[in-house]
Ligand binder design. Structure first.
Ligand SMILES: [Zn+2]
Length: 342
């Protein structure tokens, strides 16, 4: 199918909410990782999301061009062309855009979506993240509200972050594990509802933090408290009966399955998978290189083996391994076998 329409994307999220499962959101950096992610969703029969960070987008543009907006656009165009051949529905999303990077990264992509809509098409990306977690909450929400009201007429969702995700992703460092600011509070979430509403000003996804940390850490260092998400839902239900947050889980890699399941039970509809996807891809490349080192390399005056050092040889293995990891994520998150198209 083509990339999910605006209506299909809302249906993907709302069915996840209603069905108590979550969509996997896989970070990609290249055509190969994108192919692996799409294949994984297809193998699992799961709708899904692929996303790019600013650094991934810059990488995808090539070092000589080094333009994050252009790299993100190139990967999205690639996905729009190839997603036609995959059965489940796929949505596209740029990951963390910090305040200082928003204009350079997101603004050109929104303009491209507006151009496509004017021409009778669908947006390039179905949602955008504004990561104002480094700002004081009021400032974060003030900017988020203006972006929400800008994106809503386009039918494009905003993802906002309240609280701070710890660890490091793509050169952006948060606090270390175990710190108080890693845990958001019902008061902060109600403040968010005051400013962003519950859909009347435009739909949004909420990265509320509950101790989550980017990256994989030694056992015991990260303490997830999914009950914080439940407390947020309870506070919202008291303030606005019938409303429910659609949460995003950042930094799921390395988390205990029980914590992931609990977070989904409490309303997580999008689980980001970056580190584990990176590892699955690179693990397969390393395996190929280490078991075929005398073919990949020209050792001791030899000529190597073209079939071993052809980038497709290790690229195929990497694509297969990433696809398997994505399908595994879809199983765990409950989205396997669930598509708005079937
Ligand atoms: Zn994140």
């Amino acid at each position: 199918m083509p990339i999910a329409t605006r209506e299909q994307y809302l249906a993907m999220l709302d069915r996840a909410s209603a069905g108590g499962y979550a969509l996997a959101a896989i970070n990609v950096t290249s055509s190969e990782t994108l192919n692996g992610a799409m294949r994984g969703f297809a193998e699992a029969g799961a709708d899904g999301i692929v996303q790019v960070t600013t650094g991934a987008a810059r990488f995808a543009s090539g070092a000589a061009v080094d333009d994050m907006a252009l790299g993100a656009r190139a990967l999205a165009e690639y996905a729009h062309v190839l997603a036609e051949r995959y059965p489940p529905a796929l949505a596209l999303h740029p990951d963390h855009a910090p305040p200082e990077g928003f204009d350079a990264f997101v603004r050109p992509l929104v303009e491209e979506s507006a151009r496509r809509l004017d021409a009778g098409g669908e947006p390039l990306f179905q949602s955008h993240m504004f990561d104002g977690s480094t700002l004081p909450l009021d400032e974060n929400l003030r900017i988020a509200a203006s972006l929400q009201r800008e994106l809503a007429p386009l039918g494009v969702l905003l993802e906002v972050e309240v609280g701070v995700v710890g660890g490091e992703e793509d050169g952006i460092a948060g606090p270390a594990a175990g710190r108080e600011e890693l845990y958001t509070t019902p008061a902060d979430l109600l403040r968010l509802v005051d400013v962003l509403g519950t859909g009347e000003h435009g739909r949004y996804l909420l990265a509320a933090t509950f101790g989550n940390v980017h990256g994989v850490h030694a056992p015991g260092r990260v303490r997830l408290r999914p009950e914080i998400l439940a407390a947020g839902q309870d506070a919202l239900a008291s303030a606005r009966p019938g409303s429910r947050f659609q949460y995003v889980f950042h930094g799921s890699s390395g988390s205990a399955e029980a914590d992931i399941r609990a977070a989904i039970r409490h309303g997580v509809v999008k689980v980001n998978v970056d580190t584990d996807a990176q590892y699955a891809f690179t693990r397969a490349v390393a395996d190929h290189v280490l078991t075929n080192y005398d073919g990949v390399l020209r050792v001791d005056g030899g000529v190597g083996r073209k079939a071993a050092y052809d980038p497709r040889a290790w690229g195929r293995e990497a694509e297969r391994a990433l696809a398997a990891r994505v399908a595994e994520a879809a199983q765990l998150f409950g989205s396997a076998g669930r598509s708005v198209l079937s």
